[in-house]
Design a protein around this ligand. Structure first.
Ligand code: SAM
Length: 286
């Protein structure tokens, strides 16, 4: 069964009387070349357990199931259930769960399925990209690799270098936990229906240890949020006006001095290491 064809996808949709739902980000992959890149990037072997978010009509799921030990996919749209039953016919190692991924207790879900280290694959529904990535990273001990089709602009933010226009608190959060690898730029024309944006295939390789060592992760990310919350302000102003940090001007000044960071810099120019130095100084450890 070749699902990577617009004709085939349209005919299955028509037979099941389904219209793709824009509000659920339903843009189905119809390109064998891009599908091949996604499968190669996920590095799946017969021993791999895969979690797929948003299988849709099963274009990716079918191929995953032919390579992996088991594929468990979570799809919010119950209209896709009969389609998936058809497209995944003969693949007993493909499990379909109809649920909202954002509401699933991932640790329990994976624990109930034998635990171990899983690979995540998703052609993401773009309207909930950040909550999905945050949720995956919150359970990162369950995953070795996360291969995602994202909106091109989101990929740029995740890979961004300090001081670039795309660098933000989501960059620091993701890069702290994962190495971000770009796999391929993907044209909007390889999806049906054609979305309004281009895409990029990326891998988030979960780091065994965070990119930088910090003594207090909560404080670290409070500093990061404060620094980016007041873009274009000096670091001193940004840090001393954060209710979350609760540092007055004098305290922020002495922390920055102890960290060896010029307080007139803009928050968005700081590297992950520099944020870590502020965290260490904020704890009074220097
Ligand atoms: N994997 C399919 C493909 O590549 O052709 C479909 C990808 S489509 C971009 C995104 C899929 O995510 C849709 O099937 C959509 O219904 C599903 N989806 C949207 N929100 C979801 C959620 N909260 N939980 C699980 N699936 C969701």
């Amino acid at each position: 069964m070749n699902l990577t064809s617009a004709t085939q996808i349209k005919s299955i949709l028509a037979r099941h009387r389904i219209h793709p739902k824009k509000r659920l980000g339903q843009n189905f992959l119809i390109d064998a070349n891009v599908l091949g890149k996604l499968l190669d990037a996920s590095g799946i072997s017969a021993q791999t357990r895969v979690l797929e978010i948003g299988p849709g009509m099963g274009v990716v799921t079918r191929e995953l199931a032919q390579r992996a030990e088991k594929v468990t996919c979570i799809e919010i749209d119950s209209d896709m259930e009969p389609v998936l039953r058809e497209t995944l016919d003969g693949l007993p190692n493909a499990e379909v769960v109809i649920d909202d991924f954002l509401k699933v207790d991932l640790d329990k879900f994976i624990g109930e399925r034998g635990g171990g280290s899983w690979t995540v694959v998703a052609n993401l529904p773009y309207y909930i990209t950040t909550p999905i990535i945050t949720k995956l990273i919150d359970s990162k001990q369950r995953f070795r690799s996360i291969v995602l089709m994202t909106q091109k602009e989101v990929a740029s933010r995740l890979k961004a270098a300090a001081a670039s226009a795309d660098y933000g608190s989501i960059t620091v959060f993701v890069q702290y936990h994962c190495a971000v690898n770009s796999i391929a730029r993907v044209s909007r024309n390889v999806f049906y229906p054609v979305p309004d944006v281009d895409s990029e295939l990326i891998e988030l390789a979960v780091r065994p240890e965070p990119a930088v060592t910090v003594e207090d992760e909560q404080l670290y990310f409070s500093i990061v949020r404060a620094a980016f919350g007041k873009r274009r302000k000096t670091l001193l102003n940004a840090l001393s006006s954060s209710a979350d940090l609760g540092w007055d001007r004098q305290r922020a000044e002495s922390v920055l001095q102890a960290a060896g960071i010029d307080n007139s810099r803009r928050g968005e120019t700081l590297s992950l290491h520099e944020f870590a130095s502020i965290c260490t100084a904020g704890l009074g450890l220097v």
